[in-house]
Design a protein around this ligand. Sequence first.
Ligand code: HGY
Ligand code: MN
Ligand code: MN
Length: 424
Amino acid sequence: MNTADLRVDGARLWARIEALGEVGAVHGPNGERGCARLALTDEDREGRDLVVGWMHDLGLAVTIDAIGNVVGVRAGTDPDAAPVLIGSHIDTVRTGGRFDGNLGVLAGLEVVETLAQHGVDTVHPVAVAFFTDEEGARFQPDMLGSLVYVGGMAVEDALDVRAADDGARLGDELARIGYAGPTPCPAAAAPHAYVELHIEQGPVLEDEGVVIGAVTGVQGISWTELTITGQSAHAGTTPMRLRRDPGFVAAAINTGIRALATEMGSLGDGSQVATVGRCEFSPNLVNVVPASVTMTVDLRNTDEALLQQAEAVFAALCDQLAREEQVTIERRTLARFEPVEFDPRMIQLVESTARRLGHSVRRMPSGAGHDAQMLARVCPTSMVFVPSANGLSHNIAEYTEPAHISAGADVLLQVVLQVAQGGA
Ligand code: HGY
Ligand code: MN
Ligand code: MN
């Protein structure tokens, strides 16, 4: 058959999404079906075991590296050719969905199975990977496994990272779940190219009625943890003028970064966003002025200069509040990645392939971080987006309809085929 007419088996892919979605399943009151598989937990191990089992079933040569990244390789006709790598992640946030990351890995398995089913050989090997701790929800930074894979972080440093929730050491958790692999990090050789299928996780494609996103790059990310220390005091007896209240400062920072994002929202492409995702009071009691607050601030922008401007405004706000409220504010950087532009030829290939398959397509940057932004450091890279229902993600209501899943996987298959045959 003409490989240009090859398409995936959407039902088979959907069945794997459902099966993996049962691992760490979270059911909502309105029929939502999400996932909780924080990196290196027992649920993550169970999900890893399931996907590795599928890789073996497909006859892939499976390797596990020292940070727990797993790569399954289908041989090409040229044993010396670097593989075309398809990848993403299968760890989730605590209130995650069945599609974020999982789709990209399982669509990779579907690509391999479709090639095998139709007896299609490729010049370059085709590999499928899932990277450790893409979410960064438990161990920061995010995209940690792919960052180590491309040599952006020493594996020794990554293994010593402590979990934000229980202080567990990453390397100990990796060994505990049996995924401290023998393959050295960083990867010995760069892939020939990298392609990642992912849900958009935002509202743009759905709002515009477009099925495929040809992703042009990823915005810059700045994560900071603040430890605000004041003075614990009695809530009833302590006059307002005598308080050194970290709880008030935390609230002022939250409203301050909202104002910052609003003011900067008209600058550049208007992508500035700011989020307080975690905020923990101590001792967290109704009648006690808090002693301390630990919180996180997530700032993002597609423009590096504007992101630095946002960071400067945020830092100045912290310094001003520390003076006015007589508290101390300790800042710790959890993640800092500059914006990334993907390879123009790969973007063009995703766009033209989507059109050839008859799908509506538009170019767009990614608001979320992805493993692709790390692989882009070492090889030609792009991403294929499909719509997220109601623009929701990092929410158990995350959903993408089967027709869009198949469309995205078909585009992935055809892009990989063209690159793996040396066509691009
Ligand atoms: O935070 C992110 O953008 C990604 O989900 N790790
Ligand atoms: Mn993701
Ligand atoms: Mn995510």
